[in-house]
Design a protein around this ligand. Sequence first.
Ligand code: HEC
Length: 306
Amino acid sequence: MTRIAAVILSLAATAPAFAAEDISYTADGRINAPAEYREWVFLSAGLDLNYAPAAPGAPSVFGNVFVNPAAYRIFKETGRWPDKTIFVLENRAASTKGALTKAGKFQAEVQGLELHVKDKGDWAFYTVNAGAPAQKIPKTADCYACHQLHGTVDTTFVQYYPTLIAIAQGKGTYHENKGEALDKPRIEPAKIDPNAKPASEAILRAVLDDIAGHRPPAPMTPAARAMFAAVLPRIQPTLEKFGVLQSVKYLGRVDPPQPLEYRGKPQKLDQYEALYTNGTVVWRIFVQPDGQIGRLVPFASTPKPK
Ligand code: HEC
């Protein structure tokens, strides 16, 4: 081996080779979405790993997960994700159209891209809208809580990436117990006070009507609106299966094990049953002291028996 080749090799081994995949931000903190992620390391294709309750017969979705090669190499050595780790979750429609086989589904058009990025020791989620830089999802969004609570390696879902599990276990960075918890309800069953006065019936109705009309919901905090805009494409097809909203019934105030706070202010958590032509959806809404929705979660759903 020539001396020059040896020098280049040793440089390659020590320098954190991020240059080609570096994260580039716009002036307002958005990320220029990686164009070449399909050439990155493929970790897994999940099928229908939905975050919101799914209606029967709802179209299936594949979720393909990619990570940038530089981060992958460091993970293999250390079992940890370094700074400048970029995950891409690519959602694709599951199709049967024109398939030669009698059963089975294949991947079709892209339905959305989401990023999970570690920078300066901090993880953040971004949602990608076609052609535009990716928008950061506010820290109050559901994404952060679920990943924090249930991701087995540092807020990432390594338990679903089969080739990474043994690596993390070998390096002692795998948190087995967090993975199991995903099967349990996200919010523990809580006592409900049926005598509480609804703080939010009118606004919930307005929001549900807005969702049905494909308009962005209005009486929400900016953070809640941004989060909801990010998840709406995913839950909209499901909600449409439930048909037309007929009535909204207040079920009561949820009494959680710990007082709920948002930016230091107390929050209320109200539970509603929304009756649609094809079933019911239980919505939980977090109400700010000023009456705005701080968060809105489809908590459970029951399709009407045929
Ligand atoms: C209820 C739990 C839950 C919530 C809420 C959630 N996720 Fe995930 N996320 C998962 C699971 C499970 C996976 C595993 C792989 C998959 O979905 O194919 C995952 C994987 C991912 C990945 C791939 C990288 C990784 O971290 O493992 C990205 C990117 C991602 N989610 C983005 C989001 C965004 C953006 C939101 C909020 C809009 C969100 N997630 C909300 C459970 C959740």
